[in-house]
Design a protein around this ligand. Structure first.
Ligand SMILES: [Zn+2]
Length: 255
């Protein structure tokens, strides 16, 4: 089982990863709030050659489902560029949020846009790394909040080998999905879970709010999270508050 954490941008991730003793870490390749093209990482060779695995999280404003051309077009380009930057670091994949539409828009068009992302890239030989589509917590027009929407999404992208799935436990909980047995229900739809974001939640079930908590200090029973991790049997990343990550790792290792 590969276990690790999302690491802060202002550090050499390998140094921090070694200090934490993790098998895998997650990082951004550009400012996650901006459209900036990724620049070569100063420690790229070290990251690539390290036995510690890496996965890249894409920037937050990406929304490949959007019906707005001026958002969808730069989103497609950013996914392509960030997948290439991820490959340059030897990453196992690029995490991209499911995205959402606006009030009154037809979800079918959003799912079709997800399909087009992979279709268009296939003509160019595919993405440089697999794309792990992550479930999200909030909104009534999300592409990957509920199992029902994930099922429709997978009808659209499921035949592309490069379309993977990232299960975020805080998002599922806040999005109103029961975590007990969730791994099985997701796998029935997607056939795969490529990555787990193991996070507790600062908010109640079905709150729609995306606020992560350390494993033993949120509304989800920590043993439910640990059990989900075992069932998923996939590389697992903590996206919990930085100061509590050593305790989160210690809790999981103690089991
Ligand atoms: Zn996440």
């Amino acid at each position: 089982m590969r276990l690790g954490a999302h690491l802060r941008q202002d550090e050499n991730p390998i140094t921090t990863a070694e200090e934490l003793g993790v098998d895998i870490f997650q990082m951004f390749v550009t400012d996650p709030q901006k459209w900036n093209k990724p620049q070569p990482h100063p420690h790229a060779a070290q990251i690539r050659e390290s036995p510690i695995d890496v996965v890249v999280h894409s920037s937050y404003q990406i929304n490949v489902a959007s019906l707005n051309n001026r958002l969808r077009m730069p989103s497609r380009k950013a996914v392509e560029q960030q997948a290439q930057a991820a490959a340059d670091l030897g990453a196992i994949g690029l995490v991209v949020h499911g995205g959402h539409l606006r009030e009154g828009e037809d979800p079918a068009e959003g799912f079709a846009n997800w399909r087009k992302l992979f279709e268009r890239q296939q003509d160019k030989g595919g993405f440089a790394v697999p794309i792990f589509i992550e479930n999200t917590a909030g909104g009534n027009h999300a592409m990957a909040r509920t199992l029902e929407s994930i099922e429709r999404l997978w009808d659209a992208v499921g035949d592309f080998e490069q379309a993977g799935f990232c299960l975020d436990t805080c998002h599922a909980w806040a999005g109103g999905e029961d975590l007990i047995g969730l791994v099985e229900r997701i796998r029935d739809i997607t056939g795969r879970i490529d990555l787990v974001h193991l996070n507790n939640s600062r908010d109640e079930f079905d709150s729609g709010r995306d606020r992560h908590a350390n494993l033993e200090s949120g509304h989800i029973a920590p043993d439910v999270l640990a059990e989900l991790m075992v069932q998923a049997d996939a590389p697992t990343i903590l996206e919990t508050p930085t100061e509590g990550i050593p305790d989160d790792l210690a809790y999981l290792r103690s089991l």
